[in-house]
Design a protein around this ligand. Structure first.
Ligand code: DQA
Length: 145
């Protein structure tokens, strides 16, 4: 099984940005956690981060006929981007939306998620473990490849 992990803007700043909200662990720590889990679970994984909306669209499109699942934390683009929603719908690859913080308890402007309509599941507020839960879910539901 092949899973694509996509992280949006400012997630490369994990460990530095607002540690009270996102924790002290770094983006590299997140990548290591995901890589190690996937090696042990026999999952092929590609991990990507960009601060640019169009690059995120390109990466989602690259999953067409190539990946069995996508885990995406679109970060701030969650709350603004129809383009990311359209991309996920276009490729038809099962996609899980992940947020490190619990967005449901934060500002009003974070209560809208455009991409959610194109996702099979949303995991929010579980820290870095949310990514692992998303991978486990995709493997359980779609992982016979
Ligand atoms: C986030 C929540 C978003 O509202 C925010 O813009 C982020 C990170 C999260 O992982 O909790 O950058 O997606």
């Amino acid at each position: 099984m092949k899973i694509l992990i996509i992280n949006g803007p400012n997630l490369n700043m994990l460990g530095i940005r607002e540690p009270d909200i996102y924790g002290k662990n770094t983006y590299n720590d997140l990548c290591d956690l995901i890589s190690l889990y996937c090696i042990n679970a026999g999952i092929e994984v590609d991990i990507y981060q960009s601060n640019h909306e169009g690059e995120l669209v390109d990466k989602i499109q690259s999953a067409y006929n190539c990946f069995d699942g996508i885990v995406i934390n679109p970060a701030a683009y969650t709350h603004t981007s129809v383009a990311l929603l359209d991309a996920v719908k276009a490729v038809g690859v099962p996609t899980v939306e992940v947020h490190i913080s619990d967005v449901s308890t934060r500002e009003d402007f974070r209560q809208i998620s455009y991409i959610r309509k194109g996702c099979v599941k949303t995991i929010s507020g579980k820290g870095f473990d949310g990514y692992i839960d998303a991978i486990k879910f995709l493997k359980e539901q779609y992982g016979d490849k």
